[in-house]
Design a protein around this ligand. Sequence first.
Ligand SMILES: [Zn+2]
Ligand SMILES: [Zn+2]
Length: 108
Amino acid sequence: MVLAIECRLSCCHIFLATSSIPHKYDKVWCVKCDTSRTILVVKEWHIKCISCKYGRFCGSSRSVANRLAKQHHNRTGHVVKIMFPGKPAVTLGDEEVTQSSFPNLLDT
Ligand SMILES: [Zn+2]
Ligand SMILES: [Zn+2]
């Protein structure tokens, strides 16, 4: 049920978390270094409402992030940010970003 989530470790190697949801600053075993390292970046989709306290971590699934953001926006009219480490955030609900252009933005 948990997909592989990419994490960047303190040694700059990539760790793939498959059995549990990783968190920043967790200690995991780096097979390349053969020692335990700290997770610095969890490559995980994350949505955050800029109008209220709503926010969700969505693992490696972009479609889940997309769907939850749309649901929240449709229900409340709030502006929701969709974020992923290393990519520019996509804002849903801004005047600039209409819902029809939204899927295209995510595909780039
Ligand atoms: Zn390493
Ligand atoms: Zn909200």
